[in-house]
Design a protein around this ligand. Sequence first.
Ligand SMILES: NC(=O)c1ccc[n+]([C@@H]2O[C@H](COP(=O)([O-])OP(=O)(O)OC[C@H]3O[C@@H](n4cnc5c(N)ncnc54)[C@H](O)[C@@H]3O)[C@@H](O)[C@H]2O)c1
Length: 386
Amino acid sequence: MQDKFRLRIGLIGSGFMGRAHTNAYKRIGDFFPDLKYRPVLQAVCSRSPDRVQGFAEQWGYHSTETDWRTLVVRKDIDAIDISSPNDTHSEIAIAAAKAGKMILCEKPLARSVAEAQPMVEAVEAAGVQNTVFYNYRRVPAVTLAKQVIDSGKLGQIFHFRSNFLQDWTISADLPQGGEGLWRLDVKTAGSGVTGDLLAHCIDTAMWLNGGIRDVSAVTETFIKERMHQETGKVAPVGIDDACIFHCHFDNGSLGLFEATRYARGQKALYTFEINGEHASIRWDLQDQNRLEYFDHGDDSIVRGWRSIHVSDSDQPYIEHWWIPGVCIGYEHTFVHHVADFLKSLETGEACAPNFRQALETQKVCEAVLASAASRSWKDTGVAWSS
Ligand SMILES: NC(=O)c1ccc[n+]([C@@H]2O[C@H](COP(=O)([O-])OP(=O)(O)OC[C@H]3O[C@@H](n4cnc5c(N)ncnc54)[C@H](O)[C@@H]3O)[C@@H](O)[C@H]2O)c1
């Protein structure tokens, strides 16, 4: 590999997403051999020296850091991967952009619009390539849904509805904050299910169906106090445990969204359904290789929901993997995202969603929370362009 095509990665965070992204960096050269650029696992940064060392050895990073400030200015790093909790994204991204590094950032872009806006300004001022891991766009069946919608087969869109349901925080004994449970601490996470789960639904929805104009939301925090792992004291819970909102899209369709961590039995039920004038589409993460499609134009004797197994070599991303008909999984969405990022370095185009597009999702999240707090409709201020 020529030096100029090395993309020396500095990964921050060695948890769930640190592993998912590293797996993608490791797989990419084998399955996307035509890409010019290749990731190099240059350094990983996490706060605990023992754990970061163990991670580096297990996954094959050349070096370690325990302070991201040192990592972002290292001359042997080309791209910073932000896979740490939400409260770190803004400060790291701004420092990395100032140091001239490309940035691959986890979602949500930040805890708030006020934190996200300067991130957009920083990457644009520095002229560095940037992307945000709204990875569900790159499930082949979801990418296919985009192609079907863009072909006009659905006609005028009337409805978009989406759920993201989990059940892992129902126990009142679960503490909040600290390693592993930062998602329950509003200071670190920024919000609960809105930024964590609905942000995915909103990104996918706007990508497929255009901008969300205004929202009316309700949120609930079912368990009001939890022990905080960092202080050992019982403290109020500031996150939304559940959120339901409805909205208008710019194209005149209505949206209905729900996310919760209190749907007993649901682990990660992420679904969406779009109803158009001529046809409808639905998708379910737990059967992620399938896209369901109903076409009212079909001959009535065979009209009904089709279940398309998105695994043929002419369907999105599939030619890079196995023989037609066998399945791929969750981890492949990150490989696809990294592949598209590396391709964007060749073409000079943006790797969607970039920071500016992810800011629009942040605006919707913020309007949803503001609407719930004020019990009123809120304009999102979104200016969407796919
Ligand atoms: N795209 C997705 O589907 C998806 C899924 C899960 C998480 N996420 C996002 O990824 C990010 C990380 O989530 P996760 O589930 O991997 O969390 P995690 O708790 O599993 O891992 C977070 C890691 O960051 C490290 N860390 C925390 N503060 C740090 C700091 N100041 N400097 C360096 N390292 C630090 C922790 O030690 C840990 O290794 C979050 O923003 C989250 O919203 C996205």
